[in-house]
Design a protein. Structure first.
Length: 212
């Protein structure tokens, strides 16, 4: 493992700003941002420079650790797969509660006010956003995003790439299939298949994504 406290962020949008703020809150140095939007190059976010496009990340691989500052689940998967050689950090805000029995894998971020209860498992490159609740024995797989204020009851399983929207609720023991989107404020009361979008109280399917 690298001995440096410096972390570089891939992405330079709004989500990356919150990642940077979280790093600063735990006393880490943010070495800079990388983003493919040329209009951002040379600009500063929270006083920290956007260093250039993602392709330049490799030149910094020995200077610190890395974290994805990108909200899109699919984009995080694509970029993480492209840069497998990087040393991915885990970023947890000091005002989050994470029970000692929780496992949090590399590349995951946990923001302020989030609560992770006993025996929950969070896989790599997931986002547990501001004020989200992940109850006991939940399984959150890779590239999942649990949005601000969303609540997972006990024994919920979110498969790869799931998005749980703002303020949504998933009832106990529910399994949500991979790459499914749960809209803001939705209440999920039954298992959901993969690659669908659901909204409402209770949840109803409004779109099927197929393999796209």
């Amino acid at each position: 493992m690298s001995q440096t406290s410096t972390v570089f962020i891939l992405g330079a949008g709004g989500h990356a700003k919150v990642v940077a703020s979280t790093l600063l809150a735990i006393g880490r140095e943010v070495g800079g941002f990388f983003d493919d939007n040329p209009s951002l190059w040379g600009k500063k976010i929270l006083g920290i420079s956007v260093l250039g496009p993602l392709e330049e990340v490799a030149a910094y691989r020995d200077r610190g650790r890395f974290i994805l500052g990108i909200g899109s689940n699919l984009s995080r998967k694509v970029i993480a797969s492209k840069f497998r050689e990087l040393e991915w950090d885990v970023v947890i805000h000091p005002r989050a509660y994470v029970d000692p029995t929780v496992s949090v894998d590399r590349g995951t971020v946990v923001f302020a006010g989030a609560i992770l209860q006993p025996e929950a498992s969070i896989a790599e490159h997931a986002i547990i956003n501001t004020g989200a609740i992940v109850e006991h024995d939940c399984v959150v797989k890779s590239y999942v995003h649990v949005a601000p204020g969303a609540r997972l009851a006990g024994h919920v399983v979110l498969n790869e790439g799931v998005l749980i929207g703002l303020g949504a609720v998933v009832l106990p023991g529910i399994h949500v299939g991979s790459w499914t989107v749960v809209g803001a404020g939705t209440v999920v009361h039954r298992d959901l298949s993969s690659r669908v979008t659901v909204v409402g109280v209770p949840a109803r399917v409004i779109r099927e994504h197929g393999n796209s």
